[in-house]
Ligand binder design. Structure first.
Ligand code: G4P
Length: 530
């Protein structure tokens, strides 16, 4: 294998999905620790002050002490070059979080052992499942009292519709947490609390056939329970099948405690071995392999105003094939222009560094003079391809928006349209009313504040947002539909999006089914393929 192929094949690009507080940041910190990227855990997201010292991103970010963007972390571990895409999870949950998943080749799913599957995990999982990427589960916080292990696995299967295959198995939880049983080697790995330390605790590995040593270590009661569970487990769980894992139909499950750094390296090692090298991607002209000689990438996120003084925009691209070379010209397919990407950079948690080269699997951020849109393809000028666009994801919060000063209509329309174009918000109009009444839809409520802030600061337009009760949105898939004839429930609203596609807004989920029942042949979708 040449060095070019080697570089690509050692890359692993994934996102970590979870509900807030399940431990995603803590787990990421521990990953970085193994990679030697940081010396002390605690510096990924950092505490508000540490981050602000280096970040010149939006004011709003500083005011709230949260990050509006997601960042990319790259580090080396065991010969692998790892790219972790950070998916914002707290109040800053937005459509970008979903889009980031389009750039990942696999996902790590963190679940809090005392909470099970939570709302945000469910939403993010859906997007991964839509793409059929491999998903690896880390059940976290075993150092605290956890739910029954069988119940946790049943919940993952029932709620998410994916088969589970535990790679290891917890021995007790909370104060009684003794470690994990590794099914393949039939041995136990004992737990020792490192008291939030950065190093792994002292662990012992004992074969389960050495009953005496095992009992001495974990006690007779825990031993008996474990042996019982192993027997049940071997009879009940799905067989490990790498093909199914890679197709996203089976999730390998690991147990541990990110905080005390137990089970993290085991998870990371297996994850890296089982997951894929950068995936081949679909284009309208066929599949492009990551190791293709020619460079290609697609834009999955646009971040405006990372530097207030310059009002710059950064377009984040996922490299899908070949090698990016800063000196070479590329073609922006949608703009039909050959150009050089300016200031290509890698954006780490809190620093940017200028890159001269990068490979398939990597993420680069480039200065965007306002030409890129989400989903755009950039490739070597000799290639004739266009990547499948990024779907538009269903917003969950809606508001009617009005400008306070009616004289500023022009700036208002310009501003709100540009911000929608960037993909920070979605705008809708009531059917057949033009821009008279604008409805804004967002995935995370913080985007409302971002919109208000940006309209005031960049376009000098003050707005009022009036919340609307809709929670569900469905794109109408039928091509030749007469929307005026469509009958629904009284809570339903007919609108169109920026691209003129018809949609329906609902307050209740049952209204959706009712509307489908009332209009034979009606096809509704939660994602809009671009
Ligand atoms: P998130 O990124 O998924 O939102 O979660 P994060 O890692 O920030 O963790 C949320 C809280 O859960 C943190 O506590 C963190 O220390 C704790 N935590 C993470 N993993 C474990 C674990 O394995 N065991 C236990 N017991 N706790 C864990 P916090 O009090 O909110 O923050 P901090 O003051 O500890 O930083």
């Amino acid at each position: 294998m040449g060095s070019f192929d080697k570089e690509i094949n050692r890359r692993r690009t994934f996102a970590i999905i979870s509900h807030p507080d399940a431990g995603k940041t803590t787990l990421t910190e521990k990953f970085l620790l193994y990679g030697g990227a940081i010396n002390l855990a605690g510096s990924v997201k950092g505490k508000a002050t540490a981050r602000h010292a280096v970040s010149d991103w939006m004011e709003i970010e500083k005011e709230r002490g949260i990050s509006v963007t997601s960042s990319v972390l790259q580090f080396e571990y065991d010969g692998y070059c790892i790219n972790i895409l950070d998916t914002p999870g707290h109040q800053d949950f937005s459509e970008d979080t979903y889009r980031t998943l389009m750039a990942a080749d696999s996902a790590g799913m963190v679940i809090d052992a005392s909470k099970g599957v939570e709302a945000q995990t469910r939403k993010l999982f859906k997007v991964c499942a839509m793409r059929g990427i491999p998903i690896f589960t880390f059940i976290n916080k075993l150092d605290r009292d956890a739910n029954d292990t069988f119940e946790l696995l049943d919940e993952v299967e029932a709620e998410l519709g994916i088969a589970t295959c535990p790679i290891n198995w917890p021995i007790g939880s909370g104060k009684g947490f003794k470690g994990v049983y590794d099914r393949k080697s039939e041995s136990i790995i004992t737990y020792s609390d490192t008291q939030k330390g950065t190093k792994e605790g002292e662990t012992k590995i004992i074969s389960i056939n050495d009953r005496e040593a095992m009992e001495a270590e974990i006690g007779a009661a825990a031993e008996e329970k474990l042996l019982e569970e192993i027997e049940l487990l071997d009879g009940a769980s799905s067989e490990f099948d790498l093909e199914m894992v890679r197709a996203g139909q089976l999730t390998p499950v690991f147990f541990g405690s990110a905080l005390t750094n137990f089970g993290v390296e085991i998870f990371l090692k297996h994850f890296l071995e089982m997951t894929t090298t950068p995936l081949a991607r679909n284009t309208a002209e066929g599949i492009v392999e990551a190791t293709s000689d020619d460079f290609s990438a697609f834009v999955f996120k646009i971040q405006a105003n990372m530097n207030k003084a310059h009002r710059d925009r950064i377009a984040f691209m996922r490299i899908c094939s070949g090698k990016f070379d800063a000196d070479k010209e590329v073609k922006h397919v949608q703009g039909n222009k050959v150009m050089r990407l300016s200031q290509p950079q890698q954006i780490m948690a809190d620093e940017r560094k200028i890159l001269s080269e990068a490979y398939a699997g990597d993420i680069i951020g480039v200065f965007d003079p306002g030409i890129f849109s989400i989903g755009d393809t950039v490739c070597s000028p000799k290639m004739k391809i266009c990547y499948e666009g990024i779907p538009t994801f269903a917003p969950e919060h809606f508001a009617k928006v009005r400008q306070v000063d009616t004289m500023k209509r022009k700036q208002f329309i310009k501003g709100i349209s540009q911000i929608a174009q960037e993909g920070a918000i979605q705008i809708f109009q009531e059917l057949n009313t033009g821009m008279e009444e604008i409805i804004v839809g967002v995935v995370g409520v913080l985007q409302f504040d971002v919109l208000k802030y940006r309209l005031e600061n960049e376009y000098n337009v003050e707005i009022r947002l009036e919340p609307l009760p809709y929670e569900y949105i469905r794109w109408v898939e039928n091509k030749d539909i007469d929307m005026t004839k469509l009958t629904g429930t009284s809570d339903m609203k007919k609108v169109t999006d920026l691209k003129g596609r018809p949609l329906l807004l609902f307050i209740n989920s049952w209204s959706i089914q009712m509307t489908i029942d009332r209009n034979s042949g009606l096809e509704l979708s939660e994602f809009a393929r671009n």
